[in-house]
Each structure stands twice: as C-alpha cells, then as structure tokens.
Design a protein around this ligand. Sequence first.
Ligand code: ARG
Length: 268
Amino acid sequence: MKKFLAVAMSVAMVFGVAACSSSDKTTDTKNEETTTEGEATDAEGGVLKMGTSADFPPFESYDDDGKTIVGYDVDMMTEICNRIGMTLEITDMNFDSVVTAVQTGKIDVGVSGITITDERKENVDFSDSYYVAAQSILVPEGSAITSYQDLLDGSYTAGVQLGTTGDIMATEKLGDRVSQYEKYGDALAALLAGKVDCMVLDTGVADAFAKANNLVVLEEPFGGEEDAEYYGIAVSKDNTELLDKINAALADMTAEGFFDELNEKYAG
Ligand code: ARG
C-alpha cells in the first residue's frame, strides 16, 4: 500500500506553499441560496454541489490561475457527474465544515479526501471507498524527529488540520502539543517558519508538500498497520438515491479502469 501511495502521489511537486496559502481566503460566494434537502439531487440534469477543502494536493487544490480547483477528487466527480447527467459545482470551505454542510443540505456531496469513520457515519452516509491512505509525519530536513516513537517520547509539537483524522490521532497521542489550523497552507507555513516541529497528515499529501518545499516524510507512518484509512464521498442520509447512483458509477468506473488511469495521471 505504501508503495502505491508513494507512486500515486509523486505528482506533488507542482503544488507549492504559495498555492496553498493563497487558497486560504478564497471562498465561493456564487452559491448563496439555501438548498432545501433533496432538491438539487433529485433533479436530473441538475447541478451537483460539491464541498471541499481545496488545500489538499493532489486531491484538491488551486490550479496556477489561483481560481480553478483541480485534482483527483475533481476528476473523479466530473466523471461521476457525466455518468449521472449532472453538472458539478465546487465550493471551497474549511475541512471541518464539509460533513456538516452535507448534513444540512448546503452541499450535495462532500469530496475532500474524507476518511470514512464511524463517527462521521453517524452524521452522513459514505459511498464505497475509492482510495486507501494512512497518516504520515512530515518534518524539515535534518529534524531530530526520525521515528514515530521520537515524536511520542519527546516534547515536539505537531501541526494538523482541524477536524481531520490526523488531528484526532495526533491529539490522542500528543495532547496539547498539537496545534490545529483550519487550512493546510497555514499548518505548512507554521512548519516552514519553525513554529511547529512536524505535521501529521495523509501520506500522499505529505509527499506533495515535501516535494514542493524540501521537507521529509518519515518512512514510518503515524500509528500502525491497523490505521489504514479509506476515502469515501459523503452524502446526506436523506439522499440514498444519489448515493446509489454514485456507487453504481464508481463500480462501473472501477471496472472500466478509470481509477487505474487516474492513479497513473496523478503519479506524474
Ligand atoms: N483524510 C483526512 C480526514 O478525512 C484528511 C482530509 C483532509 N482533506 C482536505 N481536503 N483538506 O480527516
């Protein structure tokens, strides 16, 4: 699995810290009306509103124009929309708002490299998983942190994105040594400025940040083998019709080799 991730994510280098920070304040305000639950998703040929935190290359981040959100999740959702006859509309938001926005019907789908967890499943449904990930430790070159155990034993601090599985796992193990940031760009800026000693985040994205900023991803993951994470598309519990369509599209796409191509595309 590790090998697959390393390959799939080596696209990383195209995304720099500047691109990440510039996304911090970007908000989509096009979309101000409140969507009543089920409305958009029942409409054949309608708009599918996707919420994401566009700070997570290569899954979602801003293109060089600073406006267009691109990445693995966007390509996947564009294909799903083609297949179910809908038009994709993407809104950037903080990661810790995505699940709530799905739950309240502000958006139809949350697609943001979201790990399927039991806690989140209490609030939203998830599609079948489309990607396997793990948590990694990202450090500056020459860091004294050379292993997971070093991080646990020392008094080192870690930056995480608020509400992520990295946040939950790091906070459980490191307590108040963890600093939470709403956007990854800010956590990365803190690491580069020496305000935190490391970051705990999904492996593929850690690889992306490492390549773009001369940082190092420790070989050893944060946690153990049992901590593999599966990404899924979050859908409101009231929208089983949409969920079924998405799962059917995902199954066809898998069978037709779409994901093999996508993994290759993002392997650079
Ligand atoms: N996979 C992790 C989680 O679900 C992190 C996802 C962060 N995604 C993002 N687009 N910032 O908690």
